[in-house]
Design a protein around this ligand. Structure first.
Ligand code: ZN
Ligand code: ZN
Length: 155
């Protein structure tokens, strides 16, 4: 080694060292840029059904009527039919009148042109509503109540 490199001026060795460092750095960049084959993406088709479901629940008039009927029957209060969460109590003024509305009947069971009645809807807080749709098959109201009851037993 000394025979080859010993007589080279210091500057040349420093240049070579720099070139090697650059090479290593470039290789590292290349390694990071390698395609990640494990990131293959498969679309989950059930998401589309969830979206259709959500859009159906946005029929503003029937949602408004559902809430008004519930308040008429519950001393003007509006709370989650499953866990009793009340947005107006937790978020004073800001949360007044807020509640999500869930379509109880699975879309797959609706006939073309079938109309939605107030009894087909359930008023749920955002947590309960998301939990209903979190796993397939979606929870029905009885199952949601059972889940909540299991949690209450642990308290
Ligand atoms: Zn709730
Ligand atoms: Zn829903």
């Amino acid at each position: 080694m000394w025979d080859i490199w010993g007589e080279k001026p210091h500057a040349t060795i420093a240049q070579i060292a720099e070139a090697i460092k650059k090479c290593i750095a470039a290789e590292e960049v290349q390694a990071v840029a390698e395609p990640h084959i494990e990131y293959n993406y498969n679309a989950v088709e059930s998401q589309i059904l969830t979206r259709v479901h959500t859009v159906r629940e946005r029929d503003k008039r029937i949602v408004m009527l559902k809430k008004e009927k519930f308040q008429d029957e519950n001393n003007g209060k509006l709370y989650c039919e499953a866990c009793s969460f009340d947005f107006a109590s937790r978020y004073p003024r800001h949360g007044d009148g807020f509640m999500e509305c869930h379509h109880i009947k699975p879309l797959s069971e609706l006939r073309p042109g079938e109309e939605t009645t107030l009894d087909d809807l359930a008023l749920l807080c955002s947590n309960c509503h998301r939990m209903v749709h979190y796993r397939r098959p979606w929870l029905d109201m009885k199952e949601l109540n059972q889940v909540l009851a299991r949690a209450d037993e642990r308290l």
